[in-house]
Design a binder for this molecule. Sequence first.
Ligand code: NAP
Length: 283
Amino acid sequence: MPAQLISGTALSQRIRADVARRTAALAARGIKPGLAVVLVGDDPASAVYVRNKVKACAEAGLHSVLERYDASLSEADLLARIRALNADPAIHGILVQMPLPRHINPQRVIETISTAKDVDGYSVQSAGDLMAGLPGFRPCTPFGCMKLIESTGIDLRGKHAVVIGRSNTVGKPMALLLLQAHATVTICHSATPDLGVHTRQADVVVAAVGRRNTVTADMVKPGAVIIDVGMNRNDDGKLCGDVDFAGVSPLAGWITPVPGGVGPMTITMLLVNTLESAERTTI
Ligand code: NAP
């Protein structure tokens, strides 16, 4: 039997409807969740990403501000803007779109965002909170992957999960979230000699590499849950993931498509984090 599709588009719609409901409830009490999106420079892909984030905020009833700066903005001026946003009570989440121009140190920028407004979950404090199992903002992409896995109804306790990729923004937090859900977790990366040895034992595979056809049918255990984070282009220029979807889906139990899988969930979890940041101000 072919795999069941895990639609990030459909799950996003359900979660965003819940975000809109909770946002309206907060607004009725005089608090409108607010997200500040900061873009420095004119990278066209970044411009699309920030526009989509601002649009998603508007659709769910959140307040958002988009601050666009020329690529020549100094690091000191950017840090000053972030400090001002930290102090702004109408703003509950701050996102600085990466990559930044080369003269700006991205980690210094991330660490300047107040932990209470770090809705991307990229700061060392947020990473430490995740590591220690403390409350805090979880990075949006792995957080979204967890929601996709949860939507299958599969209990992760005792399952073997293999994460391919160990970036600070996707692979590592993904592995920690799976561990927190009581999976046994293996992390693979570019120095792993034989990925298939690990993935063939996996009940859950999360591929976050950025290289198409990294996971092929011969590497998958029948019935496994396959979450494809990758965003690549195929020979026809079409968006595709890290997983050979056509080859793997007849075998897998569940699989996310690209597009329409992890992608929409990333923005959705940004809305969730911003809303929850605003909700915390009422506690
Ligand atoms: P990244 O920082 O480039 O990390 C890629 C990881 O893959 C690294 O840990 C690297 O290992 C590992 N890797 C590279 N080649 C490998 C190989 N042949 N076998 C096994 N592992 C290998 O990328 P990222 O930011 O984590 O993103 C990963 C992918 O997800 C990209 O395609 C990105 O565009 C996509 N993405 C999608 C979303 C979304 O919303 N859909 C969000 C974020 C990212 P080393 O550490 O050893 O170099």
